[in-house]
Design a protein around this ligand. Structure first.
Ligand code: DGL
Length: 275
């Protein structure tokens, strides 16, 4: 892959398997309100969580080609699954800073826990990767980590059932073991899950720290842009946000309006298979 645009007014590329990465974009918009952002949701191929490692890497490589065409100055893999499986495999192929959501989430959780018991919820693939556990144990081998895949959460989010009794029922079933094990910190290890934070909080109780991996990721991104001297210079020009998806762009607009609390007049459909 050739050199991407390092111009400081170039956009930041943010992508996810679907719409959940918008929760990360929301945090980036809060933390870096002047930055231009390009969002891509691979809505034709979501979910990634049930796919193999090789397939996920192939999808991510195609998305990086798309981001290269858009001349982004930095890339955020706003997907827990793609971060766990593909980030290290593709890092050497891009010439701009690239970061995922797993490591920032792990650091936030290890700093937040008081009783040393941390829960991790994510897609089947993320949980199977064991990456959260191994990174947490790398920071502190004494931590007790309980992980649980919550495969229904992504479709529930994509269906817009953010506050619904079906979602509460699923959450009760998925989270019961984590409650029993008395975790005081829960990593929402999939970027779709912050949209279910209300339900997750209700089931887990007020005393549990819910870690939104996007919040910490936005802070890390801010630091990297500063360190590399590529924060946006023309701060008097309002930020421009552009949205792309591999299917049903109108759904991205509708969903994005609720997730980002802003109007999204248009999103473009691209044929990601051609990249
Ligand atoms: N937002 C993705 C993640 O963070 C959803 C995974 C999926 O596509 O299954 O893992």
């Amino acid at each position: 892959m050739t050199e991407m645009n390092r111009h400081s007014d170039a956009p930041i590329g943010v992508f996810d398997s679907g719409l959940g990465g918008l929760t990360v974009m929301r945090e980036i918009m809060r933390t870096l309100p002047e930055e231009n952002i390009i969002y891509f949701g691979d809505t034709a191929r979501v979910p990634y969580g049930s796919k193999s490692r090789d397939t996920i890497i192939h999808y991510v490589e195609q998305i990086l080609h798309f981001m290269q065409e858009k001349e982004v100055k930095a890339i955020v893999v706003a997907c827990g699954t793609a971060s766990a499986y593909a980030l290290e495999a593709v890092r050497h192929k891009v010439k701009v800073p690239i970061l995922g959501v797993v490591r920032p989430g792990v650091r936030a959780a290890s700093a937040a826990t008081k009783n040393g018991r941390i829960g991790v919820i994510g897609t089947e693939a993320s949980v199977k990767s064991g990456l959260y556990e191994s990174l947490l144990h790398g920071i502190n081998p004494e931590l007790s980590v309980v992980s649980r895949a919550c495969p229904l959460f992504v479709p529930l989010v994509e269906e817009g059932l953010w506050h619904d009794e079906i979602t509460t029922l699923a959450a009760k079933r998925y989270l019961s073991e984590l409650k029993e094990k008395d975790v005081d910190t829960l990593i929402m290890g999939c970027t779709h899950y912050p949209l279910l934070a209300g339900t997750i909080r209700e089931v887990m109780g007020e005393g549990v720290n819910l870690v939104n991996i996007g919040v910490e990721t936005a802070q890390v991104l801010k630091r990297i842009l500063n360190e590399q001297g590529i924060t946006k210079k023309t701060t008097d020009a309002p930020a421009v946000y552009r949205f792309y998806s591999s299917d049903a762009p109108e759904k991205l607009c509708r969903f994005g309006e609720s997730a980002l609390q802003m109007e999204i007049p248009e999103a473009a459909r691209i044929s990601i298979e051609e990249y």
